[in-house]
Design a protein. Structure first.
Length: 167
């Protein structure tokens, strides 16, 4: 098939676009599916679940924004073949993302009444919302584990490791 034909472009766009569209659909439908399952329990549980879903949605948007911004910068450094700039900005963006994720975890875990208060939740709904999003933020306290593992194995500092740069 000729690379400049429209069918070649369409095939490549579908190969790249379908997984992205599926991921976006699954991510955005997560709150809806949660509410659908929780709706069998009662109205207070649905309200509490939707507060937890908002926290999850906020973190997802933050991670998406950081990934998009880092992707643009890293693509520029990759195109300029600036390996030092690529490493420095990847480390900076990863450190910032991990730090922000850890900060959000600490705030939600140790001050659980702050988030329901922002949504004017009171009584039983606030208590249920605290329990719901306290469980949903647990994964946010471990975002830097792969980077710690890479540092322990010597992959982070090793400038001559072709697997880290070219994989």
């Amino acid at each position: 098939m000729v690379e400049d034909s429209f069918s070649f472009f369409l095939k490549r766009a579908l190969v790249l676009g379908l997984p992205l569209a599926l991921q976006s659909l699954l991510f955005s439908s997560g709150g809806f599916i949660d509410n659908l399952m929780v709706s069998q329990l009662g109205t207070q549980e649905v309200a509490a679940s939707s507060i937890g879903a908002r926290v999850f949605w906020f973190v997802g948007i933050f991670i998406w924004g950081m990934g998009t911004g880092m992707g643009v910068l890293l693509a520029q450094f990759w195109g300029a073949q600036d390996e030092e700039g690529l490493r420095r900005n990847f480390a900076l963006g990863s450190t910032f993302s991990c730090g922000a994720s850890l900060l959000l975890f600490l705030v939600c875990w140790f001050f659980p009444s702050l988030v329901p208060a922002m949504f004017n939740a009171q009584g039983e709904t606030a208590r249920l919302a605290e329990a719901t999003y306290k469980l949903s933020v647990l994964p946010y306290c471990w975002p830097g584990q792969p980077f710690r593992w890479m540092r322990r194995c010597g992959l982070w500092e090793n400038q001559n490791n072709p697997e880290l740069v070219h994989s």
